[in-house]
Design a protein around this ligand. Structure first.
Ligand SMILES: [Zn+2]
Length: 337
């Protein structure tokens, strides 16, 4: 510490090891005020940022959101202070800061506990992205240009003009086969020089700008990536991948997909919606499209018939008007005569 609340050394990142536990012991090495957050009047609660000597919390980066969880700090009076980790960020110097609602003094021992469900969800979507991008490249020669992992949707953007449904299904099947094969995922560090040689041999698609050793994450027999994110230990844990949508964007084609429980939940809610719509029309999900097409045809036919009837009514009205005018003129003529 240099008195500014900022520790001199950055935290050891336990999450780089794919087998690392989500619970870990650490010591607080830095504390700084994070301003106030929340509240409609701008006078929200004070937020604090904690640095630790080691952490299993993943900070936001590479299109992937941060881990959440708990820190249990041991106070000087031996009591335990429980603080929730709201957010985790990395600063320009590479320090990891844990945003919490209570300050914890520098030097305090803490027990960290990463939220396992959120971590698994992110690791599944992120590892699934590696695999999906690899299969788009292998099967269709389409490179991925960006990745986004949100709470609602996960997308990659591909450098592509268009993707036909048959090709999309082929890629989706290829991805799920690698998931069943339960390939191991490995992580190791290499010197920049070696990483550049891997890039030159086509074993890596790109390298980060920064100097120093590079972390390589390998999906055995599939691909290698220079990546700092969190991953599953073998592809089986991705649990399955479902493509949800493809749409045109400025830089190519955006593919929305989901993995693991997200895929199960998405399929479940789609089916519930189909059943609900089917119940309104008294058909099962399989007959729904045919029934809707029939109804649309019916509606078109009725619109045609209605137009015809309206024209006939108008003609009748015109004729009635004309004959009553004629009759009036005839009456006027006989009065004069
Ligand atoms: Zn990765």
């Amino acid at each position: 510490m240099d008195g500014s609340g900022v520790p001199r050394t950055v935290a050891e990142r336990l999450y780089y090891d794919l087998d690392a536990a989500l619970e870990f012991q650490a010591v607080v090495t830095g504390l700084r005020s994070g301003g106030r957050e929340g509240g409609s009047d701008g006078q929200g609660k004070p937020l604090w940022h904690l640095a630790l000597d080691r952490t299993a919390f993943y900070p936001a980066g590479g299109g992937q959101p941060w881990d959440q969880g708990l820190l249990l700090a041991t106070l000087p009076n031996a009591e335990t202070l429980r603080v929730e980790v709201e957010r985790v960020e990395e600063d320009a110097a590479g320090q990891v800061w844990h945003a919490v609602w209570e300050p914890v003094a520098v030097g305090a021992p803490v027990l960290g506990r990463v939220d396992a469900e959120r971590r698994m969800d992110h690791a599944q979507q992120h590892s699934g992205q590696h695999l999906l991008s690899a299969m788009f490249l292998r099967e269709l020669g389409l490179p991925t240009v960006s990745f986004h992992l949100g709470a609602q949707s996960v997308t990659i953007d591909l450098k592509a003009e268009m993707i036909c449904p048959e090709d999309l299904a082929r890629v989706e099947d290829a991805v799920n086969r690698v998931i069943f094969e339960d390939r191991r995922m490995l992580s190791r560090w290499v010197e920049r020089e070696e990483a550049e040689q891997m890039l030159a041999r086509g074993e890596l698609r790109k390298l980060p700008e920064r100097a120093g050793p590079i972390r390589i994450v390998q999906m055995e027999g599939v691909e290698s990536n220079a990546c700092g994110g969190t991953h599953v230990r073998s592809t089986g844990a991705i649990g399955g991948l479902l493509v949800r949508r493809v749409e045109k964007v400025r830089q190519g084609q955006r593919v929305e997909f989901c993995c693991g429980l997200r895929a199960v939940r998405a399929a479940r809610s789609d089916l519930a919606r189909l059943r609900e719509s089917g119940a309104l029309l008294s058909v099962g999900p399989a007959e729904l499209a045919g029934r809707v097409a029939g109804l649309m045809e019916d509606r078109k036919q009725r619109a045609k018939e209605r137009k015809l009837l309206e024209r006939q009514i108008k003609e009748l009205e015109d004729r009635l008007r004309a004959s009553s005018q004629q009759r009036r003129r005839g009456d006027e003529g006989s009065e004069q005569g």
